[in-house]
Design a protein around this ligand. Structure first.
Ligand SMILES: [Ca+2]
Ligand SMILES: [Ca+2]
Length: 333
């Protein structure tokens, strides 16, 4: 009786919690897959379980298919871009050390194989940005003179929405296009973060520049936060540090750092899944999760610079695929 009463009292007097924290994932036993230079994931056959796509030497392979894409892997994205109810994987290929002559290409990969969505040749055939937003494909490509232009792929062409010098990151959001630069116009100058909205351009908080970014609702209040990775700097050997910041508030003007990666000079890629932040640093892949004290940094695996990662919804829960030799598949539990 006494214990029941104290339980009831405890329940009544506990402080009212504003946010319920999601369970904290831990790392399960890693599985290995054949080697890859890059990985992607999408539920190509629509059975609720993601297929893992591995890219190696110009060839994309997954359980159930393969496709010769050529070129060097640039970026991946996923979504139902043809409206048939099943996801496609979007893969961007282009030029790189292993193939300096390749044009920039955007591929749509479905159950039945790959088809070419857009191709562009040029002196710098790279694809710094590729996203699927509400079934539409967003891409950033180099134009002349280090200008990067971004927009939607419509009717096999690029409907350009923005262009700016050295603007490697250009992300469409509910507030406008967020433009992130690793460095500025002048040599050795810091980069910046700019919101290009209907009312014009405005600066957002940035620590020396932006290497990566994502949007997602981290606190479940229905408002998107902007998550920014920085750390690159011209003096990266001594000054750069991988760092992830969350920008929140009405105009994304409130910035707080949620992770630092000692010994890693950059947060190269960021994805948001289930309110958690998945980050590829220059040495490790991190999963940032909220706990009672703030943000916890779970190191999932080591990685090589230039590798890629993908959040994979498996039959038994999520896992993180990380490219390399071998490809690693790390279950979260
Ligand atoms: Ca599937
Ligand atoms: Ca589809």
């Amino acid at each position: 009786m006494f214990s029941t009463l104290s339980l009831l009292l405890g329940a009544c007097t506990s402080p009212s919690s504003t946010t319920t924290l999601a369970p904290i994932y831990t790392v399960g036993a890693s599985q290995t897959l054949p080697a890859s230079e890059a990985v992607a994931a999408a539920d190509l056959d629509g059975d609720g379980v993601d297929e893992v796509l591995r890219y190696s030497q110009g060839r994309l392979e997954w359980e159930g298919g393969s496709a010769a894409l050529g070129g060097v892997f640039q970026r991946a994205a996923r979504g139902d871009v043809d409206g048939d109810g099943k996801e496609e994987a979007l893969i961007a290929t282009g030029m790189g050390r292993a193939d300096r002559a390749s044009p920039a290409r955007i591929w749509v990969v479905g159950e039945d194989g790959a088809s070419l969505l857009l191709e562009r040749a040029g002196p710098r055939a790279q694809v710094p940005e590729l996203r699927v937003v509400d079934g539409r494909v967003w891409v950033a490509l180099f134009a002349a003179d280090n200008v990067v232009e971004s927009g939607w792929i419509e009717n096999e062409g690029l409907d350009v929405q923005h262009s700016a010098k050295l603007a490697l990151r250009q992300l469409p959001t509910s507030k406008g296009i967020v433009v992130g630069r690793v460095y500025g116009d002048v040599p050795k100058s810091d980069g910046d973060l700019t919101l290009v909205g209907e009312a014009g351009s405005s600066a957002l908080p940035s620590h020396r520049g932006v290497r990566s970014m994502a949007v997602g609702d981290l606190d479940g209040d229905g408002q998107e936060e902007l998550i920014v990775g920085d750390g690159w700097h011209y003096a990266y050997g001594t000054q750069a540090q991988g760092r992830v910041a969350v920008l929140s508030g009405e105009g994304w003007l409130e910035s707080r750092a949620i992770a630092h990666f000692p010994g890693e000079y950059s947060a190269q890629e960021i994805e948001v899944h289930e309110g958690r932040v998945l980050v590829m640093g220059t040495r490790n892949v991190h999963l940032l999760q909220r706990d009672a004290l703030g943000w916890q940094d779970l190191v999932l695996a080591q990685t090589s610079e230039g590798g890629s990662m993908a959040w994979v919804q498996g039959a038994d829960g999520p896992a993180i695929a990380i490219s390399g030799d071998p490809t690693q598949l790390i279950p979260l539990q």
